[in-house]
Design a protein around this ligand. Structure first.
Ligand code: CTP
Length: 396
């Protein structure tokens, strides 16, 4: 599953600054963007296809006439959340301004309705030429962000406006233009999702109704904000999110092992999984005859949050969930926050099975100081961002 809002096409034009685009690609990846590169034919004289494939980790299409049956320019244009043209030559901007489309990149640009960001790089004479000035004005009048080039030394002895800007400035202007938040860059976020299953035999298990939707929404939100994300998913049918390291587990004990293996390096743990409190004392690899199954003895599972709390460092942030029913939902959740050493807990009323498997949620966030923030019915995606906002204020 692609990470929502983070799919970028990097169109590379035929200028010497194409090599600087390799660093730009890396910085964009650091901010959680997933990159598909479309180089123009002439740019391949500067940086070859193999470099783009290795850096992006994706196949690189450079020809309009490959895979014609799948209409690649239309499908690429539709999947992109933004297109960054870097470097943009004077020729490429002239083509864009006039709607010309004679190769894959110019076709994708013409077919796309996503935001377009253009990073020009050329000699000052070409940048200041009235034709280029008019083309840049046309592109800007259509809402395209044309980033001002830097001034300074260019190839040869020339100097003036036309240098490819620093990757940092491009990423900053692009993030502002897209309204993309990047407040989790450099942070490691560990998330649990789904519901554990405790086997009785080869066929039966003790389980619960958690779908994993909230945990996956948290993982998608965290990666969208630039975090490095590990998701420990128990029995969820949701497709893995590209860019998120997903560890699939079944039982509470497997979940504990996977989380313990990743906890010491995590800045934030969000424990949204529904962990089975008990497991059967028997667990057979074969199928047990029903006559031998009239009674089950249970053994208490370890409390994962309590275990990890005991291993935590001061700067780590822990957020838990509480599925409650009935009147004392808030006080019971507050007691869990205390007992498990959490920085915040999200409590939802799951009476009658509400919330499980749904796309929306409703509840309250309680923090250490006892502040209660009610959350009116909202999507699990928005709740994910809300919880990340809460955690962000607690992270250094
Ligand atoms: N949790 C955990 N390990 C367990 C049980 C729960 O880490 N063995 C975590 C859950 O992931 C959740 C929080 O603790 O973040 C609260 O879970 P919940 O099931 O609501 O509470 P329990 O402590 O299991 O208490 P009870 O089932 O009695 O309500």
């Amino acid at each position: 599953m692609p990470s929502p809002g983070r799919e970028i096409i990097l169109g590379v034009g035929g200028g010497i600054a194409a090599y600087k685009s390799a660093d730009l690609l890396r910085r964009l990846q650091d901010h959680g963007f997933l990159i598909t590169v479309i180089p123009t034919r002439s740019s391949l004289n500067f940086v070859g296809k193999a470099t783009w494939e290795a850096l992006s980790g994706r196949p690189v299409a450079d020809n309009l006439w490959n895979n014609v049956a799948s209409v690649p320019h239309i499908s690429l244009a539709r999947t992109a959340d933004a297109i960054v043209v870097a470097p943009a030559t004077a020729d490429l901007m002239a083509k864009m301004a006039h709607g010309l489309a004679d190769d894959l990149l110019s076709n994708v640009l013409l077919a796309s309705s996503s935001p377009i960001i253009v990073v020009p790089a050329m000699h000052p004479e070409m940048w200041l030429n009235p034709a280029t000035v008019a083309n840049v004005a046309t592109l800007r009048s259509r809402g395209i962000l044309v980033i001002e080039p830097d001034e300074g030394r260019l190839t040869g002895a020339d100097s003036g406006p036309g240098r490819f800007p620093t990757s940092e400035r491009i990423v900053q202007e692009l993030s502002e233009h897209l309204g993309a938040r990047a407040d989790y860059v450099g942070k490691r976020v560990l998330i649990s999702a789904g519901g554990t299953r405790e086997p009785i035999d080869a066929v039966r298990y003790l389980g619960n109704r958690s779908s994993g939707k909230q945990g996956y929404a948290l993982a998608a939100a965290a990666i969208a904000r630039g975090a490095t994300v590990t998701l420990v998913a128990a029995n969820s049918e949701i497709e893995d999110i590209e860019g998120v390291t997903t560890i699939h587990v079944q039982t509470a004990r497997e979940m504990l092992a996977a989380l313990e293996g990743n906890f010491s390096t995590a800045d934030l743990l969000v424990m949204s999984a529904a962990v089975a409190d008990f497991r059967p004392s028997i667990s057979s690899t074969g199928k047990i005859d029903k006559h031998e199954l009239s009674e089950l003895t249970l053994i208490e599972n370890v409390d994962i949050l309590k275990t990890l709390h005991a291993q935590r460092s001061q700067k780590q942030v822990l957020i838990g969930f509480a599925a409650q029913t009935g009147e004392q939902a808030l006080s019971k959740a507050a007691a869990k926050l205390e007992a498990k050493g959490l920085d915040a807990i999200y409590v939802n009323d799951v009476s009658g099975g509400a919330i499980f498997g749904a796309d929306s949620t409703e509840g309250s966030i309680i923090d250490r100081t006892g502040n209660i923030t009610p959350v009116a019915t909202t999507s699990k995606d928005s709740l994910a961002h809300l919880l990340l906002d809460v955690a962000r204020t607690k992270l250094g």
